[in-house]
Write a protein that binds this ligand. Structure first.
Ligand SMILES: Nc1ncnc2c1ncn2[C@@H]1O[C@H](COP(=O)(O)OP(=O)(O)O)[C@@H](O)[C@H]1O
Ligand SMILES: [Mg+2]
Length: 498
């Protein structure tokens, strides 16, 4: 199927999310939409899929204008979409999910027999090995994603949109997905592949459309260098490598021994984890998200209840202490979900910068906020951390993700710290901010603190870590140096010990 988008404009209030976007996807082409977070990629695809109505512009399928009022219309016209967050119903079987809603297709209704036959056909053709009767919740995420693809193909999709599909996959699963995309394209399916990962674009794209701030800024080829592509994406040159000298670790400063965390049903989500970090060293925890990393950092911070095991910082036992006491003991913490745990969006930058220190000097004396001190410190932080905002009174919720993260970093790093922990430190950030955050993390290491990083972005782990611990199903599968082959790390992320 040939897709043409002509002059698509979509506004949300005064924000122009898509500004006069024109692009063509040829039959059998893998077309990458490359752009930073917030560039407008998902919005454009949601317009195509009938979830949003464009303010202006035209969609043409094989030269004929198309109007979709709902995803059902889009599906009917041969468009399939695999969202980043899967839309499958976990307690239903693969078969039920594929039949779901009995959406009409060109061939009429999908009855159980037809659906089962199509699942088997498609599985065989692409080597998917999917059991139609399997319960979706019992399948690994990589397989669930294939079910989404099977569902789209079972409904005769001739144009498949994959929106950031690799976020939840191991490197091996990502490779397999790319092989599937190539097979699909070879059999004539057109593919729109959305990503912000240059590695993937270079590997699989036939053609690339770069979107920045809602506009098409370039059509590029996968042969262009990663440097060129990232400059197009960001609008300026950025360092893709983290500048970092070899670590010169001092003595051991932080230790976790036999730490287990149990969920509400008493099942361990972190299972007898042990590791230590020395001063001036970055230990990074790698793993596909959902393997206990979140629970581990929350236990270290004191946010969890059912915890067994020992945590010590500079010889002092933290176990049993409150979050407040742990922060006071010198834990600096950048949470995974900054909107939920890191900032108060309606509060000003200056207020967010003192959030965890509203109990005493220098910000509070005799129960009164020292506005002069607060504002002076805020101005310093805004300058030092390059926080782009109108002023220190700007509500943090109105800043971009990158600038919100800088506020959190500025607050955490301007206390007297003995240790620094950052969970998914650059999730959702633009490339420029990622560069900045990485520099600050390395500086923090070089100032002599033990640093713990948790990231599901393998490239980030490799770039930052002095040692890498891989977590799988709540356990640490191994601790390895950062120069082990990517493929070995990938296998460990899939549960195969090194
Ligand atoms: N439903 C919505 N309402 C208001 N603003 C939105 C909505 N969806 C997206 N946006 C805004 O539109 C811009 C583009 O977002 P999006 O298309 O999700 O970007 P991308 O997928 O490239 O990361 C962002 O600034 C985002 O905040
Ligand atoms: Mg998106």
């Amino acid at each position: 199927m040939r897709l043409e988008l002509r002059g698509i404009t979509k506004r949300f209030g005064s924000l122009v999310a898509n500004d006069d976007i024109t692009l063509t996807v040829e039959p059998g082409e893998i077309h990458c939409l490359l752009g930073e977070n917030g560039a407008g990629k998902s919005t454009l695809m949601n317009v195509l899929y009938g979830l949003y109505t464009a303010d202006s512009g035209e969609i043409l399928l094989d030269g004929t204008p198309a109007h979709f009022d709902s995803p059902r219309d889009a599906m009917h016209a041969g468009i399939g979409m695999v969202h980043q967050h899967f839309m499958l119903i976990p307690v239903f079987s693969v078969l039920e999910n594929v039949m779901l809603g009995n959406e009409p297709t060109r061939r009429g209704l999908l009855d159980a027999d037809t659906a089962r036959r199509r699942i088997t056909e498609i599985s065989e053709r692409f080597g998917f090995n999917i059991d139609p009767n399997a319960m979706v919740e019992d399948l690994p995420v990589g397989v669930q994603q294939r079910v989404e693809i099977v569902k789209a193909l079972a409904h005769d999709a001739q144009l498949l949109v994959l929106d950031e599909p690799t976020a939840v996959l191991t490197p091996q699963e990502t490779d397999e997905l790319m092989a599937i995309m190539r097979d699909l394209a070879a059999s004539g399916t057109s593919i729109v592949f959305i990503t912000h990962k240059l590695r993937e674009v270079k590997e699989v794209a036939d053609r690339i459309t770069v979107i920045r701030r809602g506009r098409v800024v370039a059509t590029a080829s996968p042969d262009q260098s990663a440097d060129e592509l990232s400059a197009l994406m960001v609008g300026r040159h950025v360092a893709l490598q983290v500048e970092k000298r070899p670590a010169t670790p001092g003595e051991e400063a932080f230790r976790v021994s036999d730490l287990s965390v149990f969920d509400d049903n008493g099942i361990p989500v972190v299972n007898q984890v042990s590791f230590s970090i020395r001063r001036g060293e970055i230990l990074a925890i790698a793993g596909v998200q959902g393997n206990g990393q979140t629970e581990l950092t929350e236990a270290i911070l004191g946010l969890s209840e059912r915890v067994h095991g020992e945590i010590t910082l500079d010889g002092m036992a933290l176990s049993g202490h409150s979050v407040r006491q742990r922060l006071d003991a010198g834990l600096g913490y950048v949470p995974e979900d900054r909107k939920k745990d890191g900032i108060v969006g309606t509060f000003a930058i200056s207020e967010n910068l003192m959030l965890d220190r509203s109990f005493g000097p220098p910000f509070v004396r005799h129960l009164a906020i020292q506005r002069g001190v607060r504002d002076e410190r805020a101005r310093q932080a805004v300058h030092e951390f390059d926080i782009r905002a109108q002023g220190i009174d700007t509500p943090v919720g109105t800043l971009s993700g990158g600038n919100q993260q800088k506020v959190v970093l500025a607050r955490e790093l301007s206390r007297d710290l003995r240790m620094f922990i950052a969970s998914q430190p650059t999730r959702g950030l633009d490339v420029g901010s990622i560069e900045f955050v990485h520099e600050r993390i390395v500086q923090t290491r070089d100032s002599g603190l033990p640093v713990l990083i948790v990231s599901s972005e393998l490239d980030e782990v490799i770039a930052l870590a002095d040692r890498i611990a891989v977590m799988y199903k709540g356990e640490i599968l191994g601790i390895v140096p950062p120069d082990v082959p990517r493929s070995t790390l990938g296998q460990m992320m899939a549960g195969i010990a090194a």
